[in-house]
Structures are given as structure tokens and as C-alpha cells.
Design a protein around this ligand. Structure first.
Ligand code: ADP
Length: 245
């Protein structure tokens, strides 16, 4: 295993669906420990980009390496954690918080082997990280939207992924939950977890994100620091004639 390889290395990549490209010409190198916000208008291809990295959208061209291995050859999928875009777990899910989190371990053991003490500990630890250890036995549908989102993050964390990909982790939750979620992400970032976070709420992630990638109409239109992004936005606004210089 090449541990010095970048977490993600994309060269001239296109991802899409049924042979149709949605994002194209993507060049992106993410070093380990970086925390990246993926920004851009609705429908620009942000979700397709992160799904492509997870093998959930079609890889149509270019080279993708994840943790030093070509995407198609990444055997241990648990090295990547994923929090899908989803507002809550509502809608008839009858499971406790710890049961949902435990599903994140299913890929780590053969189907016939029952959960071991270490698995239970991992579930407890993941719930502890997101501040929900005391809700382990609660049915998820009794939890708030923000708490449910944290359960999904715990599920993504339970197998100890090296890279965590999150699609709108703070969307649609109240501001108190956003603060808690931001704290969780801060802690993970400080612990060295590489994160790629699709978001509309950059303010909630201030101080956590160290790089911004903007996607527009299926292309990367910015890649740089948060300060550089503020300048980029100002320039764009000037170009659009919306701001007087
Ligand atoms: P964003 O996350 O920036 O809102 P998406 O990646 O979800 O953008 O969508 C980008 C484009 O890809 C949209 O035109 C959308 O209709 C299309 N798209 C998304 N998911 C699918 C899919 N499963 N099959 C076909 N097209 C899709």
C-alpha cells in the first residue's frame, strides 16, 4: 500500500450516467488531511463528482486514483466513508441509532460472522464522536433532523475511513445542530481525516475548510484557498457588473 500517495488524484476525469458526461476535464489532487468544500450552483455536478469517486456514478474517462490505487482496484471500500445527500432518516425507518451506525460495518466482515465486541465498541465510539452516545438505543425517527444527520456521519465513520465524503451534511438542519455538526467536522479535521464536503453553507464550515473547489456547469471553475475564493467571487461579481469598483 502506498501511504504517501495523495488521498485523491484525478487527471482529466469525466463522470456521468449512462454514457453521458456530467462533469468533465476534472484535474484534482487532494493530499491527506485536507478538508475541501465543494461549492457551486444546483445542478452543476457536485454530487456527480463525489459519487464518481465512490464508484456510484460512471467513470467515463481520465484517471482516478483513490488512496494510491486506481478507482476500479480499490478493494477495501471501507477506506472511503460516505454521507449521502439526504435530509433525514425519516419515512418508516424503524431502527435504533446504533443499529443504523452498525450497518457501516457490514462491509468489514463476512455476512455469516456475528458482530464482535470490537464492533460494538466501534459503534459506541462513532456515536460518541458525534455526541450521541446517550441516544444509542433511541429509534432514529424519534431524533431531530440534526441528530439524524449526525447518526449518518457516525455510520460513515464507524469503519474508520481515511477519506470522508459528505454531501450537504449541514443542509436542512436548525442552526444549533449546524453548530454541533461543524464541531464534529472540526474534530475530524483536527484528527487528520481527509474530507470532501459538498455544501451551500460555507459560513457554517468557516475555519474548518482549508481549500475550496467550485463546480459550475460540469467544470471546475475555482480551486484554491477560502481567501482566494472570496476574491474570485468578488471578481465574478465585478465581471457580471453587479458590483461597482
Ligand atoms: P449538484 O450536486 O451540483 O446539484 P448533480 O451532480 O446532482 O448536481 O446533477 C448534475 C446533473 O446531472 C443534473 O443535470 C442532473 O439532472 C444530472 N443527474 C444527476 N443524477 C443523475 C442520474 N442518476 N442520472 C442521470 N442524470 C443525473
Amino acid at each position: 500500500m502506498n501511504t504517501s500517495a495523495p488521498a485523491l488524484n484525478l487527471h482529466q476525469v469525466a463522470f456521468g450516467y449512462r454514457g453521458q458526461a456530467v462533469v468533465t476535464d476534472v484535474d484534482l489532487v487532494v493530499t491527506r488531511g485536507q478538508v475541501i468544500a465543494v461549492l457551486g450552483p444546483n445542478g452543476s455536478g457536485k454530487t456527480t463528482l463525489v459519487k464518481g469517486l465512490l464508484g456510484l456514478a460512471e467513470h467515463l474517462s481520465g484517471e482516478v486514483e483513490v488512496l494510491g490505487a486506481p478507482l476500479a482496484r480499490l478493494r477495501d471500500r471501507t477506506r472511503l466513508g460516505y454521507v449521502p445527500q439526504r435530509h433525514t432518516l425519516n419515512g418508516g425507518v424503524r431502527a435504533t441509532a446504533s443499529e443504523i451506525v452498525a450497518t457501516g460495518l457490514l462491509a468489514t466482515r463476512p455476512w455469516w460472522r456475528p458482530a464482535r465486541a470490537a464492533d460494538h465498541q466501534a459503534v459506541h465510539r462513532a456515536l460518541e464522536i458525534v455526541g450521541l452516545a446517550d441516544r444509542a438505543r433511541f429509534d432514529v425517527d424519534t431524533l431531530s433532523g440534526g441528530q439524524q444527520r449526525r447518526v449518518l456521519i457516525a455510520r460513515a465513520l464507524v469503519a474508520n475511513p481515511e477519506v470522508l465524503v459528505m454531501d450537504e451534511p449541514t443542509a436542512g438542519v436548525d442552526s444549533a445542530s449546524q453548530v454541533i455538526l461543524a464541531g464534529v467536522l472540526q474534530q475530524l479535521g483536527a484528527a487528520g481525516t481527509t474530507m470532501l464536503i459538498v455544501t451551500h453553507e460555507l459560513t457554517a464550515l468557516r475555519g474548518i475548510v482549508d481549500r475550496i473547489v467550485e463546480v459550475d456547469s460540469g467544470h471546475l471553475t475555482f480551486d484554491g484557498s477560502p481567501q482566494g475564493y472570496a476574491e474570485h467571487q468578488r471578481r465574478q461579481a465585478l465581471l457580471a457588473g453587479r458590483v461597482q469598483s
